[in-house]
Write a new protein. Structure first.
Length: 297
């Protein structure tokens, strides 16, 4: 089972589930009913498990090139020695496809019970994930596709709790999510895989533009995440005032900006991994802040 959980990057996936939880509370302004809450958690878990597995299934050929020369332990949330289990032949392709199909079916079932319209978002996430993997050796612009994929789960969460969300505010939320994913996850993950990606001829921002530029870009993007988070209260029916904004500001500075400042100064791969880990905790902290705001009225 550990090998299949590694295929779906289970620790990372569980942390990611906090983001749909955060936006659901943000847009609804209260905790959803027991049925919606249980279905939402179940569906989010199934969806993230399936999509992360799809990444390794589609990219198995390139991943085998990477692991042939050895792989780094990785950052804390993905430090398992069983990274790329399919490429390392720790599991077979049939087993991986069965695992992916099982969780995808569960995600579809959960979405059908929540809001069938969300199936379009799941389909878009699957297609975009395939496109993202296939662009590995084509263009560094694939990072934009990664941002869209990561925003799919939270966007689906909005439609699970709000029948007709505001499209302008939804677009702002997606922008916030994309900037967080690109600056706090994607560039840093590519930084961690720098040598492996260089061996296989990948096109990533760290390889295309160099580490000084990448470090500066991470800092700019992380700062933008914090600034954009100050506009999140406009999406909520709750009167989220300065207490929420100050808490969000503090979370962003501690988890995003300060690690990015250190990385931009040192350009050390270990600091890139630490920055990734801190950014991975950002959704969970934002969920705690939002839950506290809901409970306090």
């Amino acid at each position: 089972m550990k090998r299949f959980l590694a295929l779906s990057r289970s620790i990372h996936g569980v942390l990611d589930i906090a983001m749909p939880g955060f936006v659901a509370l943000l847009w609804l302004g209260e905790f959803p009913g027991g049925r919606v809450l249980a279905l939402g958690l179940f569906t989010a878990l199934a969806g993230y498990t399936a999509i992360y597995a799809l990444n390794d299934i589609v990219g198995v050929k390139d991943d085998r090139e990477k692991v042939a020369g050895g792989i780094k332990p990785g950052y804390a949330v993905e430090a398992s020695g069983m990274r790329y289990p399919l490429a390392q032949n720790l599991i077979g392709m049939k087993g991986a496809l069965a695992w992916f199909g099982f969780w995808l079916i569960l995600a579809v079932a959960g979405i059908w019970l929540l809001n069938p319209k969300i199936l379009l978002i799941l389909l878009a996430a699957v297609v975009l994930e395939i496109v993202y993997v296939k662009l590995l050796k084509v263009t560094w612009l694939r990072t934009l596709v990664s941002g869209l994929v990561k925003s799919a789960g939270p966007t689906a969460a909005v439609f699970a709790v709000v029948e007709q969300p505001s499209w302008p505010w939804l677009a702002l939320m997606v922008l916030w999510l994309m900037v967080w994913e690109i600056g706090g996850q994607n560039i840093l993950a590519d930084w961690n895989d720098l040598e492996e990606d260089r061996r296989v001829g990948a096109s990533t921002i760290p390889l295309a533009f160099g580490l000084p530029f990448s470090g500066g870009l991470v800092l700019v993007l992380q700062s933008c995440v914090v600034l954009l988070s100050l506009w999140l209260p406009v999406m909520s029916p709750l009167p989220l005032g300065w207490p929420f904004r100050l808490a969000a500001l503090a979370a962003g500075i501690v988890l995003l900006v300060l690690p990015a400042v250190r990385l931009a100064r040192t350009l050390d791969g270990r600091d890139a991994a630490r920055s990734f880990d801190h950014a991975s905790l950002y959704p969970l902290v934002m969920l705690v802040i939002m839950a506290g705001s809901v409970l306090s009225g």
